[in-house]
Design a protein around this ligand. Structure first.
Ligand code: IPE
Ligand code: IPE
Ligand code: MG
Length: 260
């Protein structure tokens, strides 16, 4: 018997199955954009003013990443737990998502950026779902950078939905679960179109993952900054990249092995 079929299908190496090549500029940056509410409150503004300002920081960060040759940028915009917020705030966030798609997709097209949305889209209103499919379709040929927006995304949701999809595609695995391996599951994750993140950034001062990319962050370098998301931009990104460049990524090996 050769290697499982799914392994041949996977375009990206797994950090637990092989040691990734070292690179100076992270190939994939994943960001938890946190601190919009506190940015606004500290200026005596309503929380939603922070979300509106946060959209501008998204634009600046997307552009800065593309210019630095980052191939994949993933932004956490709305978690599966953010529905717990007051309904008014949730509805403003949905409006902002809709208006950002309406206004920004043209720019993504001309900048060569492919847009993907990762998350459980079923809970979104039909208008938003239509905008998402159209935005993904019309940018699908772009190759300069892949921007993934995680919306109604949860790391646990992702692992469970991947298992559902795997068993639907290969029902025989239910009779012999030992045949299920990392590669076959990973192929069905919502992030299977990206390599694993090299650099994770969380703005806003909290040092937690908040159910973001639980599977994919296995060997990602973590970087936390006090900067609130609306104040994030090219300079703050460069600081994070500098910190990343000082890390020794060992992937389980010793420092001496890495040097060799
Ligand atoms: C991040 O900012 C945006 C979303 C979660 C949608 P927050 O709204 O969480 O801002 P803080 O953490 O309350 O300051
Ligand atoms: C994480 O931020 C989710 C996003 C930025 C979209 P939260 O503000 O929701 O995280 P917690 O609740 O502080 O952990
Ligand atoms: Mg927050």
């Amino acid at each position: 018997m050769g290697r499982p079929f799914s392994r041949l299908m996977r375009p990206f190496a797994s950090s637990t199955e092989s040691v990734p090549a070292a690179r100076d500029v992270p190939r994939h940056v994943a960001i938890i954009m946190d601190g919009n509410g506190r940015w606004a409150t500290s200026r005596m503004l309503p929380r939603v003013a922070g979300h509106a300002k946060g959209v501008e920081a998204v634009r600046a960060t997307v552009e800065a990443c593309a210019r630095r040759g980052i191939e994949y940028l993933t932004l956490f915009a709305f978690s599966s737990e953010n529905w717990r917020r007051p309904p008014d705030e949730v509805s403003v966030l949905m409006r902002l998502f809709i208006s950002a798609l309406e206004r920004e997709v043209a720019l993504l097209k001309t900048s060569g950026i492919r847009l993907r949305i990762a998350g459980d889209l079923q809970r979104f209103e039909p208008r938003l779902r239509d905008l998402i499919s159209e935005a993904e379709r019309s940018t699908s040929h772009n190759r300069r950078m892949t921007l993934t927006v995680a919306a109604n995304y949860g790391g646990r949701w992702d692992i469970v939905q991947a298992m559902h999809k795997l068993l639907a595609a290969r029902p025989e695995l239910a009779n012999d679960p030992s045949l299920i391996d990392e590669a076959s599951l990973a192929e069905h994750l919502a992030m299977s179109h990206t390599p694993e993140p090299d650099l994770f950034i969380r703005t806003g001062g909290e040092q937690r993952i908040s159910n973001f990319l639980l599977w994919q962050l296995a060997y990602t370098e973590l970087y936390f900054t006090e900067t609130y998301w609306p104040d994030f931009g090219a300079a703050a990104l460069d600081e994070a990249i500098r910190s990343y460049q000082l890390r020794e990524r060992r992937f389980g090996r010793t420092g001496a092995q890495v040097e060799a």
